[in-house]
Design a protein around this ligand. Structure first.
Ligand SMILES: [Zn+2]
Length: 189
């Protein structure tokens, strides 16, 4: 696919054609380019990359789908200690291509038998398909949705640090031995 990225170059596809031909693409883009995502975030690792993939698929009713996968590591601010928090993100979404704005908002209508067949599998995110469909825009949307609402360390380094000073001050076994020897010398006198 010529129009899809080397080194973060973009990224537009003819979305319906993509599904019709059963295509699959993947790419990498520097995390720092996702400015909408990163607004309000602490400084990111400048080397961080977003790895993404897009694969054509069909829903149970023949809906044109693009299965999008995104992976990266975000630097967030821990809401407990306010320190930086490296948060691996790995998320997938099934985008259902629709042809008009009206369809985006329209409720899905099925007959009962279809619904039974479909079950819970049918969890698609409707997006407006186009001939210049911007994959990285979708990647960014998915990343935004994947950011935890209240990111927190499992164990904050600050907390670990406070109690962590103690173990650091603990003397080495050799120092302990030396002290014991010295003491036994005292006792023996
Ligand atoms: Zn923390």
């Amino acid at each position: 696919m010529k129009d899809v990225s080397e080194a973060g170059a973009v990224r537009h596809i003819d979305a319906f054609e993509f599904v019709r031909l059963g295509r699959k693409v993947e790419g990498r883009a520097p995390l720092v380019r996702f400015v909408r995502l990163l607004e309000g975030f602490p400084e990111q690792d400048p080397a961080a990359q977003v790895h993404w993939s897009a694969a054509a698929d069909r829903g149970p009713l023949g809906e044109p789908l693009i299965r999008l996968g995104v992976e990266t590591v975000l630097t967030l601010q821990c809401q407990r200690c306010l320190g930086p928090l490296a948060m691996p993100i790995a998320s997938q979404v099934a985008l259902q291509l629709v042809e008009s704005e009206a369809e985006l908002d329209a409720p899905d209508v099925f007959d009962e038998s279809d619904l039974e067949e479909i079950g819970t599998e049918r969890d698609f995110e409707k997006v407006l398909g186009s001939r210049k469909f911007d994959l990285l825009e979708q990647v960014e949307d998915e990343l935004i949705l994947s950011v935890p609402y209240v990111p927190r360390h499992d164990v904050c380094p600050a907390e670990g640090g406070k109690s962590g000073e103690e173990p650091e001050k603990r003397p080495s076994p050799f120092a302990v031995l030396a002290e014991l020897k010295a003491r036994s010398g005292d006792v023996g006198k």
